[in-house]
Design a binder for this molecule. Structure first.
Ligand SMILES: [Fe+2]
Length: 238
């Protein structure tokens, strides 16, 4: 049977749930090398002082939200603009998207017939703004027909603090249901693997951008704060 709930542990010691220490203190064995195959990149980009940029983006985005009904896609409540953010966000929007492209280019390689070149193609970029209030979030989804996707938080609405007010970006394990279906209580006790088969999360912080592969399923947990969360999301495609 797959459920290890009733099985005695042959070797037991407590582990913090958010951290698995690797400990191989075993006779005969001189070394155990843990190789991490197929890791998933999740780039957390911190910017210099963003207060002025964020003030300008806030004004532009809230101005747009006042006149544009927006669209309803993965969002569960809140306002999501059409994906033409670049056309109406002026210089602040261009600055933001230019930064996103620069980071993505640094993390992209293009294979040619001769070799592998670091750098991205001439990306097509589509971007949209989000304004979420209390109770709003996003259902799990990925972004088909894109290579990178990302989001920048103009205002985290307080989600970046220790207050338990939701709004986290939930990241689903791209390796699917393994190992949750087989043995929900068994975990790989190695750094970075305790959430295997489940979900990790990232707490948004104002002035921070994240960039990750567009195939990575993600969601936004419902926001339980009392102000507004404002973000700009984008897709880079060819
Ligand atoms: Fe998304």
């Amino acid at each position: 049977m797959g459920d290890a709930g009733g099985s005695p542990l042959t070797q037991s010691r407590p582990l913090r749930k958010d951290r698995a220490e690797s400990l191989f203190d075993l006779p005969v064995i001189t070394d155990v090398e843990v190789q991490n195959r197929y890791p998933t990149p999740f780039l957390v980009v911190s910017l210099d002082d963003t207060s002025s940029l964020n003030d300008r983006l806030r004004e532009i985005i809230l101005g747009r939200a006042a006149v544009d009904p927006g669209v309803s896609l993965s969002n569960d409540g809140g306002w999501q603009s059409t994906p033409d953010f670049a056309d109406w966000s002026g210089a602040p929007g261009a600055q933001l998207l230019d930064l996103a492209i620069k980071v993505a280019d640094s993390a992209t390689a293009l294979e040619t017939e001769q070799d592998l070149q670091r750098g991205g193609p001439a990306w097509k970029i589509n971007a949209w703004a989000n304004v979420n209030g209390p109770g709003h979030g996003n259902h799990p989804h990925h972004h088909p027909a894109a290579f990178w996707t990302g989001v920048y938080w103009v205002d985290d609405g307080g989600s970046g603090t220790d207050e338990p007010i939701g709004g986290e970006l939930e990241i689903h394990d791209p390796r699917g249901v393994l190992p949750a279906f087989y043995a929900p209580r068994l975990r790989y006790a190695l750094p970075g693997y305790l959430s295997a088969g489940g979900q990790d999360f990232f707490k948004p912080r104002t002035g921070t951008m994240v960039i990750f592969p567009a195939w990575l399923v993600h969601a936004v947990r419902a926001y339980a704060g009392s102000s507004l969360r404002i973000s700009v999301a984008f897709n880079l495609s060819i």
